[in-house]
Design a protein around this ligand. Structure first.
Ligand SMILES: NC(=O)c1ccc[n+]([C@@H]2O[C@H](COP(=O)([O-])OP(=O)(O)OC[C@H]3O[C@@H](n4cnc5c(N)ncnc54)[C@H](OP(=O)(O)O)[C@@H]3O)[C@@H](O)[C@H]2O)c1
Length: 277
């Protein structure tokens, strides 16, 4: 089914930077009204100003998606301001790169709270509204690590697999009610996440990876809002990993397993107190 974007209301979580921010700009450029959410209020206000300056309509709602009441408030504010929510983009996410044994369960749960439960809370709040309107689109931003688990990414991979499974199940459940659910599986995208993610590996996360521009991914997300797909795997790195993991999962396991001693070396070097004078 082809969907219209002009005049629709789109709620985007995690819109203070990276993919979420670029997606808000791209939806406004396509004629949508946007409700942007995140914890850093000053960034939301600055984004709304930028969107209004280009003739768009936007509302900022400071939201911690790990808090169900705040997510309910976000959806309620969107409906109060614009009368309806047509599209929800569950994009808010945090990264962590750490040894499973050494990371705290609090850190693990925090990643699940934001990356998985945040999206569940938003769907719980918005689906009854979409059902009443007999119209809706939910776009969940997973990760290629939601298709292939990575060493030192146990919490992140678990959260993104959980989101992907939830998304697929919800898609089938709502399919006959004119509510589409899409899952996006990005590879490496150039955003702040590589600097802000907790990192206990001693490696410069993603330093050697070619990264896809966030604006390009945002364009693909908006395109997906016109022609919703069950899933979008993007870009080349994600497509290649997905392909090889389907073709020869055992070989991918071996390759990833062999990388572990190198990471352990980097971790030890990071932890060793410097003896330089
Ligand atoms: N960049 C990549 O390579 C890549 C690859 C695959 C998937 N992804 C996924 O894409 C999504 C966007 O990531 P990004 O790369 O654009 O990273 P980013 O630039 O760091 O953006 C993350 C966004 O999530 C928000 N966020 C974090 N914790 C939150 C919370 N508790 N409540 C509300 N918002 C929260 C941040 O806003 P505040 O800090 O202001 O709250 C920020 O706006 C994430 O789900 C990420 O897992 C990214």
């Amino acid at each position: 089914m082809i969907r219209t974007i002009q005049g629709t209301t789109v709620v985007i979580t995690g819109a203070t930077s990276g993919i979420g921010r670029a997606t808000a700009v791209a939806f406004v450029d396509a004629g949508a009204k946007v409700v942007v959410a995140g914890r850093r209020e000053e960034r939301l206000i600055e984004l709304v100003r930028e969107l209004e300056n280009k003739g768009g309509e936007a509302l900022a709602v400071k939201t911690d998606v790990a808090d169900q009441a705040q997510v309910e408030h976000l959806i309620a504010m969107a409906i109060e301001r614009f009368g309806k929510v047509d599209t929800l983009v569950n994009n808010a996410g945090v990264g962590i790169a750490a040894s499973f044994v050494d990371q705290s369960l609090e850190d693990f749960k925090q990643v699940m709270d934001v990356n998985f439960w945040g999206a569940v809370y938003a769907c719980k709040a918005v689906v009854p509204h979409m059902r009443k309107n007999k119209n809706g689109l939910i776009i969940n931003i997973s990760s290629i690590f939601g298709k292939r688990g990575m060493p030192y990414e146990t919490a992140y991979s678990a959260s993104k697999f959980a989101l992907a499974g939830f998304s697929e199940a919800l898609r089938a459940e709502l399919m006959t009610e004119n509510i589409d659910v899409s899952t996006i599986y990005p590879g490496a995208v150039r955003t702040e996440i590589f600097e802000t993610a907790k990192n206990d590996t001693g490696l410069d996360l993603g330093a050697s990876l070619p990264k896809f521009p966030a604006q390009e991914l945002a364009r693909i997300i908006v395109q997906n809002a016109r022609f919703p797909q069950a899933e979008v795997v993007m870009a080349g790195d994600a497509i290649a990993l997905n392909f090889f993991n389907k073709l020869a999962p055992g070989l991918v396991d071996l390759a990833l397993g062999w990388s572990v001693p190198f990471v352990e070396g980097a971790r030890r070097a990071k932890q060793k107190p410097s003896t330089d004078k």
